[in-house]
Each structure stands twice: as structure tokens, then as C-alpha cells.
Design a protein around this ligand. Structure first.
Ligand code: ADP
Ligand code: MG
Length: 268
């Protein structure tokens, strides 16, 4: 409590007690506002190459997750993709295997939902499609590591478990990492599956998803998704058929490609 000042006249000073919880809420709101402003201001200098994760407008939770996972310097594709994706742009990113594409989409997924103050009540916010179960598991592991200080719920939808068992957990998830076939199965069969709120769709290894004959499945999944969303598409090869782009309904995507070695701090 602040010391009482000697009263002027008959003045009775009123001490307003601020509840600690509302103080914290105010502080969180201020931080979020500042973060959003920093993200918006990335726009004015889009060609500035970022080198360290600490230079990026990322939440404290993500910064801590990255530090604990010993990620410090951005790879080339991360330096190109993360700033654009943070600004909700659609992306078509190509960079060879081992160049760090996973974080290039996972960080924007965490951050964009964080800035939207996504909670368990908002349902599925991001869907990440991967061509194989093994790759999906790898993505999920990175998400768990880097996202450990966030409160989002995240799940894997790759089959191998009874549909019913997966289904019960699905409705509570904010972020899903899935294989296309299993995801579509749920969308077709799970009545209560809520995807109207979806903010982000990610296709990792998009070239392989297409090569493996998942075109029809991906088309059908997209039919279920809201049109107003951000789409991030990553692949190891650069050439994408125009027909594939039309199918994914990207909105004026940023075409990004990086060919430097993994782990190299980018100056491209
Ligand atoms: P890609 O999907 O392009 O094949 P990954 O995302 O699987 O690449 O990353 C390849 C390897 O590089 C992984 O071991 C990952 O932990 C590591 N890695 C990714 N980003 C960074 C980074 N910024 N700094 C150091 N290592 C990184
Ligand atoms: Mg990968």
C-alpha cells in the first residue's frame, strides 16, 4: 500500500486495490499488443534478413521453447518463411531435406494462434498434413518440444488406433498433425468434429503428398475447411504445377526457396 499523503482539506484518499489477476491480465494484453505491433511492422522492411530467433517478434513461450531446444540461429528457409507467415501470408516454400522446414511452419502456427489468444474453447486452429505417419510423428515431437510453454492442445491423427479412440480426443484439439487419409476419414465420419474456426492449413512435403496419390484426398479435406484461412505449403522440390496451386486455393502466395545448407545463418 502506498503511504497516505497528508490530506488536503477534508480529502480522504481512496486506495483502489487492484486485483493481482487483473494486473496480470493487463500485462498479458499489453504484451500481446506490443507483439502484434512488432509483427505488423515487419511488413515495412520485408527484405531484412533475420539471423537470430531472438530478433523475431515471438512470444515469450516460443522463445523459451526455442532456447531450451537449443535453437538459436535461423536457417535460410526459416528466415524467409517465418516473417511472412507471422503476417498471415500464404506461403509456397521450397528447400531441400534437412533445411529446417519444420520450424518454418511450426513457429508461425504457435505464434499466430497465440496472438489470436486461441484457447481450448476455440477448437481446431491449425491442421498440419504430412504424407507419412513417420514424418507426422517427427513434426509432432518438434511441436511438443518447441511448444511446451504454450497451453495449446495438440494431437496426432495417423491411424493405428481405433477411430473411436482418436475421435474422442479430436474435438478438444487446437493443433493437429495428420496424414491425409486418416484426416479425411474423421472429417467424413465424425459428426461433432468442428473445423469452421480453422485458421491455418499446412502441407508439409507437399510434393510427396501429391506424388503419393493423395490429390483427391487433399481436395476432399479442403472442401471441409473454411475458405478464409492461411495456407502454408512446403516441399523439397521447387516446381509446383499451377493446377496444384489452384487446388490448394492459395491467396497470392509468397514463393520462397532456399538452397543453403542446413544450420547456416542466412544472409540471402
Ligand atoms: P526439413 O523438414 O527441411 O527436412 P527439419 O525441419 O527436419 O528439416 O530439420 C532438419 C534438422 O535441422 C533437424 O535435426 C532440426 O532439429 C535441425 N534444425 C532445424 N532448424 C534449426 C535451426 N534453426 N538451428 C539449428 N538446427 C536446426
Ligand atoms: Mg521435413
Amino acid at each position: 500500500m502506498a503511504p497516505q499523503r497528508p490530506g488536503r482539506g477534508h480529502g480522504v484518499s481512496k486506495a483502489v486495490r487492484v486485483h493481482p489477476r487483473s494486473l496480470k491480465r493487463k500485462r498479458d494484453e499489453d504484451q500481446l499488443e506490443e507483439l502484434s505491433q512488432r509483427v505488423a511492422s515487419l511488413e515495412s522492411r520485408p527484405s531484412t534478413p533475420y539471423s537470430l530467433f531472438t530478433e523475431l517478434p515471438l512470444s515469450q513461450a516460443t522463445q523459451v521453447g526455442l532456447t531450451k531446444s537449443h535453437f538459436k540461429t535461423l536457417t535460410a528457409i526459416q528466415a524467409q518463411a517465418i516473417p511472412a507467415a507471422l503476417q498471415s501470408k500464404d506461403i509456397l516454400g521450397a528447400a531441400k531435406t534437412g533445411s529446417g522446414k519444420t520450424l518454418a511452419f511450426l513457429i508461425p502456427v504457435l505464434e499466430n494462434l497465440h496472438r489470436k489468444q486461441w484457447t481450448e474453447h476455440d477448437g481446431l486452429g491449425a491442421l498440419i498434413l504430412s504424407p507419412t505417419r513417420e514424418l507426422a510423428i517427427q513434426i509432432f515431437e518438434v511441436l511438443r518440444k518447441v511448444g511446451r510453454n504454450h497451453t495449446f492442445s495438440a494431437g496426432l491423427v495417423i491411424g493405428g488406433k481405433p477411430l473411436q479412440e482418436e475421435r474422442e480426443r479430436l474435438s478438444r484439439m487446437n493443433i493437429l498433425v495428420a496424414t491425409p487419409g486418416r484426416m479425411l476419414q474423421h472429417m467424413d465420419q465424425t459428426a461433432e468434429f468442428e473445423i469452421a474456426n480453422l485458421q491455418m492449413l499446412v502441407l508439409d512435403e507437399a510434393d510427396r503428398i501429391m506424388d503419393m496419390g493423395f490429390q483427391g484426398t487433399v481436395d476432399a479435406i479442403i472442401e471441409h475447411l473454411p475458405k478464409e484461412r492461411q495456407t502454408l505449403l512446403f516441399s523439397a522440390t521447387q516446381t509446383k504445377k499451377v493446377s496444384d496451386l489452384a487446388r490448394l486455393s492459395l491467396r497470392e502466395p509468397e514463393f520462397l526457396s532456399a538452397h543453403e545448407d542446413a544450420h547456416s545463418a542466412t544472409k540471402s
